[in-house]
Design a protein around this ligand. Structure first.
Ligand code: NAD
Length: 353
């Protein structure tokens, strides 16, 4: 097979070390000479944020964080950054918190240091997202890529098992979708395969023992690789579906990904044998779907969108909204009927086919 591709690697420093977040942040702030940090952390993460930013020159702590970054929430955070003359944004939290920092960076150009506390992976991408009137808009801008990411798996010890599973499967979705996304290349696929291996190793350990730091580290490492692959490869069918579901019906991000993923893999896997083979090898299974379903069983993964507020009556509307966003080069042919069937199965928690 001929190898020919163009790959952009995003410039970002990664500091990875359990129990090292405070020291890493302090080293970053000292090195860059920042003097007015705006810390962004949701109320639920405020204690954790306080612990890792203790001693830093913090000008303002902003806790007005809402999932999917509504425009009004972004505007309030931008005003706060200006009022407090922030020179750096330190985001501590999940994808919603990182997303808010990105919304501020988008219009102000302020640098971000991201301290993720879930496996969402937003910190490793140059993708921003904003929601207005039930429509989620995403875009790509170099300004929103965090300059540094501080990965500290000990900050994940408080993440409940169900959230860890859903978030870990959200990361796994980045890997799987990266195998056939519009800009995928062999580097993305190598990163995605190693991401699957690490998540498959780490997540069951977390379910068996939520305080297993080694399991948390594996999952976090896998989530980072997943996000790097996704940032380069772009959104495939899976992400197009989940973006519509999240923005239009306000469904929770991570569980939505966790539920939809096997249905997209069942559809695309047979139409993309090379990608499916890579996924299978990463899982150590006979095919991609078998590997994913084995993992999902071990994790007792989310099964049905109806458990997260999606109504059966919304299926046709969702299918119509997803259709125009389907990537033209998606491996399997996607007709309105195929989409409706997929979404209906995801709604009821049926076996994927
Ligand atoms: P989230 O940030 O909303 O967090 C989910 C819940 O987990 C929240 O209630 C939060 O308080 C809690 N939580 C977070 N860390 C915790 C911890 N360590 N201990 C206890 N509780 C904790 O959800 P998410 O799934 O991390 O992120 C979803 C958002 O990220 C969505 O808006 C999605 O679109 C965005 N996202 C963006 C990208 C990108 O590249 N731009 C990539 C992935 C996700």
């Amino acid at each position: 097979m001929t190898l020919a591709f163009t790959h952009d690697t995003l410039a970002q420093r990664i500091r990875f070390g359990s129990g090292e977040a405070a020291a890493s942040l302090s080293a970053e702030v000292a090195e860059q000479g920042w003097t007015r940090a705006m810390v962004i952390a949701a109320p639920a993460e405020s204690e954790l944020a306080g612990a890792v930013t203790d001693g830093l020159p913090v000008a303002h702590v902003h806790d007005d964080v809402v999932m999917h970054v509504p425009v009004a929430v972004a505007e309030r955070a931008r005003r706060a950054a200006a009022e407090h003359r922030a020179d750096v944004l330190i985001s501590i939290g999940g994808g919603s918190t990182t997303g808010l920092a990105k919304a501020v960076a988008l219009t102000t150009g302020l640098p971000i240091v991201a301290v993720p506390t879930t496996y969402a992976g937003s910190e490793a991408t140059n993708v921003w997202g904003l929601t207005e009137e039930s429509t989620k808009t995403t875009g790509v801008d170099a300004k929103v890529l965090p300059r540094t990411v501080v990965y500290d798996a000990s900050l994940m010890l408080s993440l409940p098992v169900d959230l860890s599973v859903a978030s870990g499967l959200n990361a796994l979705a980045h890997c799987v979708d990266s195998m056939w996304s519009p800009r995928t290349d062999p580097i993305d696929q190598a990163l995605a395969a190693e991401g699957i291996r690490a998540l498959d190793a780490g997540l069951p350990r977390i379910v068996a023992d939520p305080s297993d730091l080694k399991g948390r580290e594996q999952a976090l490492y896998g989530a980072y690789l997943a996000a790097v692959a996704f940032a380069s490869a772009g959104s495939g069918l899976h992400h197009k579906i989940c973006h519509v579901l999240g923005g239009r019906y306000d469904l929770p991000h991570a569980p939505t990904h966790a539920v939809v993923l096997p249905h997209v893999l069942a559809l695309n896997g047979p139409a993309a044998p090379e990608a499916d083979d890579r996924i299978a090898r990463a899982f150590g299974s006979v095919d991609g779907l078998t590997g994913l379903q084995d993992l999902r069983r071990r994790l007792d993964a989310p099964r049905a969108l109806r458990d997260y507020g999606f109504e059966e009556s919304q299926v046709p509307d969702a299918a119509r909204a997803v259709l125009p966003a389907v990537p033209p080069d998606n491996p399997a042919t996607v007709t309105p009927d195929v989409l409706e069937d997929l979404l209906h199965r995801a709604w009821e928690g049926a076996e994927p086919r």
